[in-house]
Design a protein around this ligand. Structure first.
Ligand code: DAH
Length: 341
């Protein structure tokens, strides 16, 4: 059989336009399968003389390659058509609304905490954790607030029993750290965390809120160090051109005690509703650690001194983002939460 003849014959068999893959395989088997035409031509080799064999073998091989090429070509054609049909039948409807992927976001209170932590870690502070279920001793006594002290009334407490309570302030971290450090090591910590008070919830009160406590104790720290640290904090949280102002105040665990105001970042000191026309906004309480506290916690107040500060995270966040109701932080309304992504 000649090449041209075979080509014509196969092409004729494959000319059907919508041939199925199944049909193609059947035709292919008739030529190239074990009992097909080409192998049977090969089989005739045994009837030939030694001299005739090489030329004959070469010829049949050429026929085999030709046939294989023709079938491959058709196979490709059928596959392409099948893909085309599949794409056509599975057409994507681009007018359908897409799937929504809800990604979470960090809560604004945690964001403020992390911002403050970043700053203080950069200033060489360690971040400490404290227990939310606290003893009377650490929440009050060691902070110079004995049983009958009027300051206890200011922090209406959730008691678990006579000795156990939900901490009303993160200041207990001061006593925990000083006792842990055994009255010897220098202290340089902040402690963020939840605190609890028996307040009725309203726009400015929440029975649970968040504070960040700070404490530095060593042999030569002064109020000037405290002021410098708080100025750095105020500028980080409220803008580089802020100033701070210290006002005398009272806390049992500090002497002297101060309240710290930041220059109004809304009106820049001119006077507005946010700063109640004073140009200043109160942001936190602080002071030099009371000698009684140092001594009770094992640091000799004749040798050591310290400063402490405590701030309300909600207050900072409310000022920074113009939030007017503390309850928004705890209602988990996505419309509120998602604004801080
Ligand atoms: N614990 C105080 C409060 O809850 C805040 C505070 C004020 C903490 C002065 C301090 C400080 O460490 O020195 O109101």
């Amino acid at each position: 059989m000649e090449k041209e003849e075979l080509k014509k014959q196969i092409k004729n068999e494959l000319k059907e336009k919508d041939m199925s893959m199944q049909k193609l395989l059947e035709i292919k088997a008739a030529y190239l399968g074990k009992k097909g035409l080409i192998p049977s031509l090969m089989g005739e080799m045994k009837n030939l003389s030694q001299e005739e064999k090489p030329a004959y073998g070469e010829k049949v091989n050429a026929l085999k390659n030709l046939a294989a090429d023709l079938f491959d070509e058709k196979k490709k054609e059928i596959e392409e058509k099948e893909i085309g049909q599949k794409l056509e039948s599975e057409k994507v409807d681009i007018t359908l609304p897409g799937k929504e992927f809800n990604t979470g976001s960090i809560h604004v209170l945690n964001e403020v905490i992390e911002e403050v932590e970043d700053l203080f870690i950069g200033l060489g502070f360690e971040v400490k954790d404290g227990p939310e279920i606290e003893s009377d001793r650490f929440n009050f006594e060691l902070l110079n607030i004995p049983k009958d002290h009027p300051a206890r009334a200011m922090q209406d407490t959730f008691y678990i029993n006579a000795e156990r309570l939900l901490r009303t302030q993160t200041s207990g971290a001061q006593a925990h750290t000083m006792i842990e450090y055994g009255g010897k090591k220098d202290v340089r910590i902040i402690c963020p965390g939840k605190v609890y008070r028996r307040d009725d919830d309203d726009a400015t009160h929440s029975h649970q809120f968040t504070q960040i406590e700070g404490l530095v104790v060593n042999k030569d720290v002064t109020m000037a160090d405290l002021k410098g640290t708080l100025l750095t904090l105020a500028r980080k949280m409220f803008g580089e051109d802020r100033e701070i102002r210290l006002r005398p105040s009272y806390f049992p665990f500090t002497e002297p005690s101060i309240e710290v105001d930041v220059s109004c970042f809304k009106c820049h000191g001119k006077g507005c509703s946010l700063c109640k026309n004073t140009g200043w906004i109160e942001i936190l309480g602080a002071g030099m650690v009371n000698n009684n506290v140092l001594d009770m916690c094992g640091y000799d107040s004749k040798v050591y001194q310290g400063y402490a500060f405590g701030m309300g995270v909600e207050r900072i966040a409310m000022l920074k983002y113009g939030i007017d109701d503390i309850r928004l932080f705890y209602m988990n309304d996505k419309r509120f939460i998602e604004q801080f992504k």
